[in-house]
Design a protein around this ligand. Structure first.
Ligand code: 5CA
Ligand code: ZN
Length: 428
C-alpha cells in the first residue's frame, strides 16, 4: 500500500545515540543500536474501522522517535507497518454501517495517512495491508500444519453450509510460548477473550490456542486458501508473515501499545519461531503505555475517543498535539485533557518566539542535551525541558542587533532544524 509522504527528516551536525530502550520480554533497558549499521523495526498498525485517536498517535509518535534517533546515530533504518484490513472488528463495523469493508478500510486508512502527515510522523518504508499478504499466510499455516505445530478443527455445525476446517496453533506445545509477555496462563486467560481470542471454542486442545485460519462463513469475505480451503487468516499470523517477508528474524524492535503484549506479540513471535526454527522474532519488544480519557483506556470499541482529525478540524495546531504526546514518557500511562493541550500550545509559542529572535547561542549544548535524553530510553519529557531552558535563555537574553550570534532572517534556525529532526516538531 502507498504510505503517506513528507519532506525528508533534517540531518543534523554530529550524531547522537546509541539508543537504549526498555524490553518488555526481559524487563531491562538495553542497547538497540545494531552493530551492522542497519536497524529494522516492525510496528503494529491500525485496524482501519475508525479514525486515529490519541492513543494510536502516541504509539506512532513514539516509534517515529525511535527511527529519528536511529537515523541521527548514523544507522540505515527499515521500518515496516501493517494495516489489519482483514479482521472481526472491521467486518462488524462494516456490517453495522452497511458499507463494504474495503470502502470502510480505504476511507479510514486515508484519514490515518493525513493524520500521520499532520503529526509529522515519518512514513514507514513498507506499509502493508493484511489483505496483501494472504498467500504468505496460507503457506505459513500449511507449513505449521505439516510440522504438527497447528491442528484442524471442524467448523461447528450450522455455521457453514459446506463444512470445512478452521486451523489453530497448538500454542502451549511451543517451547517459546510465554517468552514475550512473561505471563502465566492464568494472566493470559484473564484477557484473551477481550483481546480477540476464543478460549471457549469447543474442541480446542487448549483454551489459549490462537486461530490461524478461519474457514469461510456465509456473508464473510474469503480468499483462496489452497489446501486450507476458502477462508481468511487469523489476526496474529499477518504480523508474523509480514515481518518475516520484509525484515526476517531477529529484527531490532517490535513495537505497539501495551494492549498487544498478549496475545498479539506473543503469538506473532511464537509463530515466527515455529516457522523458521529459530529463536528470537524481535530482539527487543517495546510497548507504548495506554493513553486514556477520564481514567479509561481510549479505545475504538469503548468509543471514548479524542480523534486527531477532530482536533485538526477544530484548528488545533498538530504540532501542539505532538508536544502533548512527547510530554509523557512512552512507558507511563496518562489521560488526555484540555489543560495539557493549552500548555503544549503555550510551549510551542515560546519555542517559536525563541527561534524568531535569530539568536543561536546555546544551540549546540541544547542539541546534545536533547540527544542524550532521547538516547536514554526515549526520555522525551527531559528533551522538551532542555529546549524550554534554551528558549527561556534566548528570550530573556539579548536579541536582534545586540545579539552576539544572531542569524540572518532568511537562514533556517539551527534549533528549528534540531527540534524538527529529533523531536519531529516543526516550528516553521
Ligand atoms: N491492527 C492491530 C495491530 S496488528 C491493532 O491493534 N490495531 S489498533 O487500531 O487497535 O491499534 C493500533 C495501534 O495503536 C496498536 O499498536 C495499539 O497497541 C495502539 N493503541 C491502541 N489503543 C491505544 C491507546 N489507548 N494508547 C496507546 N496506544 C494504543
Ligand atoms: Zn500486529
Amino acid at each position: 500500500m502507498k504510505p503517506w509522504s513528507l519532506p525528508p527528516v533534517p540531518v543534523l551536525p554530529g550524531s547522537g545515540g546509541p539508543l537504549r530502550l526498555r524490553d518488555t520480554a526481559t524487563g531491562g533497558v538495553h542497547s538497540v543500536h545494531p552493530d551492522s549499521g542497519q536497524a529494522r523495526m516492525y510496528v503494529c498498525g491500525i485496524t482501519p474501522y475508525d479514525a486515529t485517536h490519541l492513543g494510536h498517535a502516541a504509539t506512532y509518535v513514539t516509534f517515529d522517535l525511535v527511527g529519528r534517533v536511529w537515523r541521527d546515530a548514523g544507522l540505515q533504518v527499515t521500518y515496516v507497518q501493517n494495516v489489519t484490513d482483514v479482521d472481526e472488528p472491521l467486518l462488524e463495523r462494516a456490517e453495522r454501517d452497511q458499507v463494504h469493508w474495503q470502502d470502510l478500510a480505504e476511507r479510514e486508512v486515508e484519514l490515518f495517512r493525513a493524520d500521520m502527515a499532520a503529526l509529522n510522523v515519518a512514513p514507514p518504508d513498507h506499509f502493508v495491508a493484511a489483505s496483501e499478504g494472504i498467500p504468505d499466510d496460507v503457506s505459513a499455516v500449511e507449513q505449521l500444519l505439516d510440522s504438527g505445530a497447528a491442528y484442524r478443527l471442524p467448523v461447528p455445525e450450522g455455521e457453514s453450509r459446506d463444512g470445512g476446517y478452521d486451523v489453530y496453533l497448538d500454542a502451549t506445545a511451543q517451547p517459546s510460548f510465554g517468552q514475550v509477555s512473561g505471563w502465566t496462563h492464568e494472566q493470559m486467560l484473564a484477557v484473551f477473550a477481550d483481546r480477540g481470542g476464543d478460549p471457549a471454542r469447543p474442541g480446542k486442545r487448549h483454551p489459549l490456542d490462537a486461530l490461524l485460519w478461519r474457514a469461510q462463513r456465509p456473508g464473510e469475505p474469503s480468499w483462496d486458501g489452497g489446501a486450507l480451503g476458502p477462508g481468511r487468516p487469523g489476526w496474529h499470523i499477518e504480523c508474523s508473515t509480514i515481518a518475516l517477508r520484509y525484515l526476517g528474524m531477529s529484527f531490532d524492535v517490535q513495537g505497539g501499545g501495551t494492549d498487544l503484549v498478549f496475545p498479539h506479540h506473543e503469538f506473532s513471535a511464537v509463530q515466527a519461531t515455529a516457522l523458521t526454527g529459530r529463536a528470537g522474532f524481535a530482539r527487543t519488544y517495546v510497548h507504548q503505555a495506554m493513553v486514556g480519557l477520564d481514567g479509561e483506556k481510549m479505545s475504538k470499541s469503548k468509543g471514548n475517543l479524542v480523534l486527531v482529525s477532530r482536533l485538526r478540524e477544530q484548528g488545533v495546531d498538530p504540532m501542539a498535539v505532538r508536544l502533548v504526546l512527547l510530554a509523557h514518557h512512552y512507558a507511563s500511562e496518562w489521560d488526555w485533557n484540555e489543560e495539557q493541550l493549552a500548555a503544549a500550545q503555550a510551549r510551542l509559542e515560546r519555542w517559536r518566539a525563541a527561534v524568531a529572535t535569530g539568536e543561536v547561542t546555546g544551540v549546540e549544548a541544547c542539541l546534545q542535551r536533547v540527544r542524550h535524553a532521547l538516547a536514554d530510553d526515549l526520555d522525551s519529557p527531559a528533551a522538551l525541558e532542555a529546549v524550554d531552558r534554551w528558549a527561556e535563555a534566548v528570550t530573556r537574553g539579548p536579541s536582534g542587533e545586540d545579539a552576539g550570534h544572531a542569524l540572518a532572517p532568511e537562514q533556517e534556525h539551527p534549533m528549528a532544524r534540531a527540534v524538527d529532526g529529533l523531536l519531529g516538531v516543526r516550528l516553521g
